[in-house]
Design a protein around this ligand. Structure first.
Ligand code: BTN
Length: 326
């Protein structure tokens, strides 16, 4: 309700638009328009109204609303179905549930708060209300299951580019799929897949991005290691601006990935932002902890790693960076 009115006000970019013009455009009476204005105000939109001039939008709330999100994406977008939850357990769980019920590729699930946000390696993802982005994308890529993990890397590149577009801050990438601002983590990606032996049924890509939290919003044990866009930039951001920029970047990256069949085109964008390349790291591979130097990533998303004492690089498909040289 009120989406068309919101769009009219938005198009006028802070200028007045008369009640008469709105009522004509919406095909509604002036009283019905006024009701919709009240509805938008209740949702946090700040709308000035004067008898002579009409209405104008002077402030927008930091809401991730499907109507606004969809109006910000290009008409040919793959992102057409949106589910937003004020509170949910985990957007990845919700997206998986929707996938199992046949929801289409391009379904976007968002939440204002998660009560059981999940991270990699069975960790929890701290998900307080109203501050951050918690979003899951449902995709049905026509690829073999072994290639699905590569999608985290293209997501990381698209997220870094989207954040840079919307917030003008430099983002760094840490293999396999973390985003850093300076030397602290600001976002993580959790991809979960359902597949038959020869084909992917669906992939859910979950993104948690710390946007407007301050240090006090992080639990004490994370304060040294985690950060947010607000902490780095010294200002807040509308979450929907960051999300729209990410989805626009993701969509292009996904199309390239499917048409080229590899991550090759993403390597320069990755390496430019890479936090680890050329640095000494402590890596856990299965149950083993090994020290060495990260040498970069290849077009399958694998880490090239030179173990201390070895002359030959090895390829690490999955592992965890326990420590890295700063
Ligand atoms: C990581 O461990 O770095 C990955 C974190 C992924 C968190 C996001 S928040 C949205 C989506 N829903 C979840 O439960 N997890 C992912």
């Amino acid at each position: 309700m009120g989406e068309e009115l919101r769009q009219i006000l938005e198009r006028h970019d802070g200028r007045f638009v008369s009640g008469e013009e709105i009522s004509r455009a919406l095909g509604k009476t002036r009283a019905a328009v006024w009701k919709q204005v009240q509805g938008l105000r209740k949702r946090g939109y700040s709308i000035e109204g004067t008898r002579g001039e009409g209405y104008r939008l002077v402030g927008k709330p930091d809401l991730v609303e499907p109507g606004e999100l969809s109006s910000r994406l290009p008409p040919e977008t793959i992102f057409r179905a949106f589910e937003h939850f004020p509170v949910t357990d985990s957007t990845n769980s919700r997206a998986t549930g929707l996938a199992e019920k046949g929801a289409p590729e391009g379904t976007v699930v968002t939440a204002d708060e998660q009560t059981s946000g999940r991270g990699r390696m069975g960790r929890r993802w701290v998900s307080p209300p109203g501050l951050n982005l918690y979003v899951s994308l449902l995709l049905r890529p026509p690829i073999e299951p072994v290639r699905a993990p590569q999608m985290t890397m293209l997501t990381a590149v698209a997220l870094a580019e989207g954040v840079e577009d919307a917030c003008n801050v430099p983002v760094r990438l840490k293999w396999p799929n973390d985003l850093y601002l300076d030397d602290r983590k600001c976002a993580g990606i959790l991809a979960e897949m359902s597949a038959d032996p020869d084909r992917v049924r669906h992939v859910v890509i979950g993104v948690g991005l710390n946007v407007n939290g301050t240090e006090n919003d992080f639990p004490e044990e994370l304060r040294e290691r985690a950060t947010s866009l607000r902490i780095l930039a010294g200002r807040t951001f509308r979450r929907i601006d960051v999300l729209a920029a990410f989805l626009a970047r993701f969509e292009r990256a996904y199309a390239t990935f499917l048409s080229e069949g590899s991550l090759r085109s993403f390597l320069p964008a990755w390496e430019r932002r890479s936090l680890l390349t050329g640095r000494r790291v402590l890596l856990r591979i299965r149950d083993e902890e090994v020290r060495g130097t990260a040498a970069g990533v290849d077009e399958t998303g694998t880490l090239r790693f030179l173990r201390d004492g070895s002359r030959e690089e090895e390829s690490v498909c999955s592992g965890e960076i326990l420590e890295f040289e700063r």
